[in-house]
Write a protein that binds this ligand. Structure first.
Ligand code: GLC
Length: 751
């Protein structure tokens, strides 16, 4: 048990405090965490309390605009800094913690890190993982990330990001779970379970941080940090549920968002943090600001200076100030001036100290700084195997004409062309963790993956062809010549990994540079060409989508990218992923999503001109719809049956359907259940995803699955933002995608 030995100058105070502390120590074994927090709080000065609300980044690493500050160690010793982010490795965290142990009350530091899709072992970007619809696999990925990060001294990850978004111009779509509230909620909970494992305080777990609260994904124009304006109904129905799902899964902390919401910055938004999060939802953890977002309220124009920013944020429920220095610079005076009640500061400090106690940091501040455990955890073969499994489940097969795929392993000569074939770190995508002293040779490049798979009995030819960006076509000739020598051509193209992520909004979603031109040149050879598209978001590539016979969307698949791509290309894994986000035909079509309203003039086809706000120059349909993805085996759906044709508010309906693998490859199918409320007190979407099952079927095998419909699945927020279910008729749809509806039935909900 840690001994509180305050460094007091005066003997009297020293004896008194030691006496108090001695009593508290003897009770420590029996005291609850709440009691320990309160006994510590009583000893803290106002400056020390404010220090617990203050967070800086470590030197040399930044995920936001940096304030140069050379005396961080001194501030730690003075108890003016409670948390540091971007501290990597057991040794580095130990050295910081040792400084904290020199402070008067020896309150341990809390180390936070963006462990978003892996620590050393890098998993696919979260949007790619979401396309797997495999909750267990996503939970396992987060679990492994937590095992590695906690071994590396990290207590707290700034993940999962649960922002729903319908706008691929926004670069941060790569970080979330796509456009759908139901799927996003399931994934949010799975990721929290993975990160926190058996609970906060386990040394193989990290505390989750649900972000960005809230509605950050609805930024106007898909421009990062931009304003958000929506009805409370839309907020509650579409954007808040994944946050609630993460909270219900036990998430320890929340992070608020950069955007203003309906005119009030999220960082100073008491409706979000007090009324909803800490009020209605009774959240007992703490809220950290986003990087500098407290001070940035000055730019927003909701406050006039740093003191006003600190006042607004702390009163609105933002407990910790990441990197804006408003709290450390002004909060103590706001309290002594009576502007901010001490009780508000105490509540914030209590929330943060509670987490530090739960993490066991007061019992052993170094319990996460174990170099031996770190070395073992960062070199677990099982982690790489899980990353490979997650990656191949994330690859979406968009097209496979004449069944070019899978490629036979006996193929004599294969040309592997493109600027991403031999790229290394590109495969990690944005929000990867760059570990000091760890080189990148654990990343399996796409070239290495294919070599490993078929290099022994096939000839693998390489040509770069062109760069990701720029208009240099000088490599085309060599690429075409290489293709002519091959039986099959594989082309790997796409964005640069840092073209999506934070502050990476794009107004043009085309595949950059002359990569598509290269593809068209290769197609002219008449060889079968399989295109791999690497990106952090849906891109627009109509010409290629029409011309290429086979397309795999490989996103950014992480450290096992090469092996996963090879597994799918050569049929060792039958692709099963389904898009978690709609792919538009053009930027002009955005926002476009599957759960739209019918409008007064619904269009059923491209020739309906006076209908559903269609464009005169574009199809009404997206390029690829939510839930879309092919496999090597077709699946048939049959025999949809409802247990009853109507149900009461307290009743349920069982909907069963049979799925058959009609192909020659074993595979998995994501069976999607959509519901439509045909008439409501407010209009309801054409369909909403309300359940899904991912099932594995051998060739020829059939399985009957059953979904349960209950009142919860039929409920929605009415115009008064009340969660209601209304009697009436519903349509139940079972689909292989949101557009490929295979079976449907109607039923009635009675009073
Ligand atoms: C960034 C991001 C946030 C991240 C934080 C710390 O600005 O918005 O998601 O967790 O700063 O890196």
């Amino acid at each position: 048990m840690q001994q509180f030995v305050p460094l007091m100058r005066s003997t009297t105070i020293r004896i008194l405090c030691s006496l108090v502390l001695l009593i508290s120590l003897t009770d420590a074994q029996t005291m609850t965490i709440a009691q320990r927090v309160d006994s510590l709080l009583r000893l803290m000065t106002l400056d020390e309390k404010v220090g617990q609300l203050n967070q800086y980044t470590d030197d040399g690493v930044a995920t936001g605009p940096v304030t140069l500050d050379k005396d961080k160690p001194q501030q730690v010793k003075q108890g003016k800094l409670g948390s540091i982010l971007n501290v990597l490795g057991g040794e580095r965290t130990r050295s910081w913690q040792k400084i904290a142990m020199q402070s008067r009350l020896r309150i341990p530091l809390l180390f936070g890190q963006d462990v978003v899709h892996g620590y050393k072992t890098t998993f696919p970007i979260p949007l790619a993982e979401a396309c797997s619809w495999d909750l267990e696999a996503m939970e396992r990925a987060a679990r492994i990330a937590a095992v590695e990060a906690s071994a590396g001294g990290v207590h707290w990850t700034f993940a999962p990001m649960v922002d729903i978004s319908r706008d691929p111009r926004w670069g941060r779509v790569m970080e979330g779970a796509g456009e759908d509230t139901y799927l996003g909620s399931q994934i949010a909970a799975a990721r929290v379970r993975g990160f926190q494992g058996k609970g906060i305080g386990q040394t193989d777990a990290v505390m989750a941080c649900v972000k960005h609260f809230a509605a950050y994904g609805a930024a106007v124009g898909g421009r990062d940090y931009n304003s958000v304006d929506m009805s409370d109904r839309m907020l509650w129905e579409t954007y808040l549920p994944p946050f609630k799902a993460a909270l219900d899964a036990g998430a320890g902390t929340f992070m608020n968002s950069f955007n203003d919401l309906n005119g009030i910055p999220a960082t100073g938004n008491s409706y979000l943090m007090r009324d909803i999060l800490k009020g209605k939802w009774n959240f007992s953890g703490f809220v950290v600001s986003d990087w500098g977002s407290v001070g940035e309220m000055i730019n927003h124009g909701s406050v006039k200076d740093p003191a006003d920013a600190a006042r607004s944020a702390i009163l609105a429920g933002c407990d910790m100030d990441m990197e804006s220095r408003c709290y450390t610079g002004t909060l103590a005076k706001l309290v002594t001036d009576g502007v901010v009640p001490m009780a508000v500061v105490d509540d914030a400090v209590r929330r943060i100290l509670t987490k530090k106690f739960e993490l066991g940091l007061f019992d052993d501040p170094y319990r996460f700084c174990d170099p031996k455990r770190e070395a073992k955890a960062l070199n677990e073969p099982a982690h790489a195997a899980a990353a490979r499994d997650m990656a191949r489940k994330s690859i979406v097969l968009l097209k496979n004409e004449k069944n070019i795929l899978p490629i036979s392993k006996g193929t004599k000569t294969i040309a592997f062309i493109g600027p991403l074939v031999k790229a290394v770190k590109q495969n990690k995508g944005f929000w990867d963790v760059e570990l000091p002293g760890v080189d990148s040779n654990f990343i399996v490049t796409q070239w290495e993956g294919l070599q490993e798979k078929i290099g022994k009995h096939s000839t693998l030819l390489y040509a770069k062809g062109c760069e990701i960006e720029g208009n240099d076509r000088s490599g085309f000739a060599e690429a075409v010549e290489t293709a002519k020598k091959a039986d099959v051509v594989i082309l790997s193209i796409g964005e640069r990994r840092d073209m999506s992520g934070e502050a990476k909004s794009r107004s043009d979603l085309s595949i950059p540079g002359v990569q598509v031109e290269l593809a068209m040149e290769l197609l002219k050879t008449g060889k079968p060409v399989v295109v791999l598209i690497n990106a952090g978001r849906p891109l627009v590539f109509n010409e290629l989508a029409d011309a290429a016979p086979a397309i795999l969307y490989t996103w950014w698949l992480g450290s096992e990218a090469g092996n996963a791509i090879a597994d799918v290309l050569f049929g060792d894994y039958n692709p099963s992923a389904k898009l978690a986000m709609t792919f538009p035909r053009s930027v002009g079509q955005i926002p476009i999503y599957y759960n739209y309203y019918n409008t007064g003039r619904p269009a059923t086809g491209d020739n309906d001109r006076f209908y559903r706000s269609a464009y005169i120059d574009l199809s009404i349909h997206p390029r690829y719809e939510f839930g879309y993805g092919l496999g090597y085996s077709p699946f048939t759906y049959s025999g949809l049956k409802l247990s009853v044709g109507s149900m009461s508010m307290t009743g349920t309906i069982q909907a069963s359907v049979t799925i058959t693998n009609a192909g020659k490859y074993a595979g998995e199918e994501v069976v999607q259940l959509y519901l439509r409320d045909l008439v409501g007190s407010i209009i309801r979407p054409m369909k909403e995803l309300k359940d899904f099952r991912k099932i594995a079927l051998a060739p020829g095998e059939s399985k009957t699955i059953t979904f349960t419909i209950d009142k919860e699945k039929l409920s929605f927020y009415d115009q008064h933002v009340q969660w209601v279910a209304e009697p009436g008729e519903f349509e139940l749809m079972i689909g292989a995608s949101s557009r490929d509806i295979r079976q449907k039935e109607r039923f009635t909900l009675t009073k």
